[in-house]
Design a protein around this ligand. Structure first.
Ligand SMILES: Cc1cc2nc3c(=O)[nH]c(=O)nc-3n(C[C@H](O)[C@H](O)[C@H](O)COP(=O)(O)O)c2cc1C
Length: 370
């Protein structure tokens, strides 16, 4: 049914308009008690064997919504209603900003991909913190808060900009993510170099501890798939050195590999970050590399090109304790999480692993001992 709705309605609309429309429906449904209870029962059935403990948090399962879908924390319950076991809001910047001028989101339908150059359009960390503070959660779901740099702030003041957001948002975050990997804020990805990243992560850690003295808010960094392998290793080593809680791999790519020939060249040539199916291979590769380096010392979150339960299972075997998705949700619709959970539970039951946690990184460990 969603496939028909997508073909007849969403596909004919401007992608950002379609996103806003679908978003409004989700938020509306989540506000009506009967509707949300029914929707959650159908779309988010729970499997006890998928219960996941990560980052000191207990979750119904390993699968969550990646950053960028709910940038302003307005639909957390709606997304939980659809079956996401955690919701990462943001990217939020210290100052509100409109993002890049439209058109800035493109669908590559045949490639099951998106290109976006949104540019961190968001309400700013003061407004989002107030919204999160006033929130009365309906569904129990972990809320990650992803922060980034305000575009107008020069790189020399980037640390202070992140610190401002961390201080405001850490009290409302189950975990905090430092995003240094979006391709749409000039210079942002340079912050992935260890020389920049060390002081940045140290300052954000201190800010979170200052803002929330009675709880250690887990801190993660989100990296790009376009990093060279040595740079992936360097971030992994830094994460261990700093006692970072997690790494999210990966953000969108500026590369255009993996695209079929079927998407119009005018579309594939759009600048921005490519997400969805063509990103799958590289994201998985980065994840494997990270797990081989950090093992269980750092929690890994696998994201990028996850289409179905098999993809999510492969991420877990490659070292991901948590898995996230975004682009495939646009194509698959509201039954996506349901199918994913069902498929994961089936794979766990069919495999040699007693628990989901036992499966984390199993492929990489096996390869190391072979
Ligand atoms: C339209 C759009 C906006 C995004 N915005 C953000 C963002 O603000 N912050 C962020 O860390 N990642 C953002 N992402 C990246 C996703 O969180 C995710 O890392 C990426 O899309 C790969 O996952 P996918 O292939 O499942 O979409 C965005 C992705 C899309 C498609």
């Amino acid at each position: 049914m969603y496939a028909l709705l997508f073909r007849l309605v969403f596909r004919r609309m401007d992608p950002e308009r379609a996103h806003r429309l679908a978003f409004r429906w989700i938020r509306l449904a989540a506000r009506v008690p009967v509707l949300r209870t029914y929707a959650a029962a159908v779309l988010a059935p729970r499997y006890p064997q998928l219960r996941t403990e990560a980052l000191g948090l207990r979750m119904h399962g390993p699968f969550g919504l990646a950053a960028g879908f709910d940038k302003n924390a307005v639909a957390i319950d709606g997304m939980a209603m659809l079956g996401f076991d955690h919701v990462e809001i943001g990217t939020v910047t210290a100052r509100p900003q409109p993002g890049n001028p439209p058109t800035r989101l493109f669908r590559l339908v045949r490639d099951r991909a998106l290109i976006n150059r949104m540019g961190f359009n968001n309400d700013g960390s003061a407004a989002v913190a107030a919204r999160l503070g006033a929130r009365r959660p309906v569904f129990r779901t972990a809320v990650g808060v992803n922060i980034g740099k305000t575009k107008a702030v020069p790189e020399s003041e980037a640390v202070a900009d992140y610190v401002t957001s961390a201080e405001r948002l850490a009290p409302h975050a189950d975990y905090l993510v430092v995003n240094v990997s979006s391709p749409n804020t000039p210079g942002l990805r340079d912050l992935q170099a260890v020389g920049h990243l060390r002081p940045l992560l140290t300052a954000v850690r201190e800010a979170a501890d200052r803002a929330v003295p009675d709880r250690r808010v887990p801190l993660l960094v989100k990296i790009a798939p376009d990093l060279a392998d040595e740079d992936v290793d360097a971030v992994a080593d830094l994460a261990v050195e700093l006692g970072l809680d997690g790494i999210i791999a990966t953000n969108t790519t500026v590369a255009r590999d993996g695209l079929g020939l079927s998407s119009p060249p005018a579309l594939t040539a759009e600048t921005g970050g490519l997400s969805g199916a063509p990103l799958k291979e590289r994201s998985l590769e980065v994840l494997r590399r990270l797990y081989a380096r950090v093992g269980d010392r750092v929690t890994l979150v696998g994201v990028g090109g996850v289409q179905d339960a098999e993809d999510a299972w492969q991420r877990i075997l490659a070292g991901a304790t948590l898995v996230q998705g975004y682009s495939a949700f646009i194509y698959e619709g509201p039954f996506w999480c349901r199918a994913l959970h069902k498929g994961l539970a089936a794979r766990l039951a069919a495999g040699p692993y007693a628990t989901l946690a036992d499966a984390v990184g199993a492929d990489v460990r096996k390869a190391a001992t072979a």
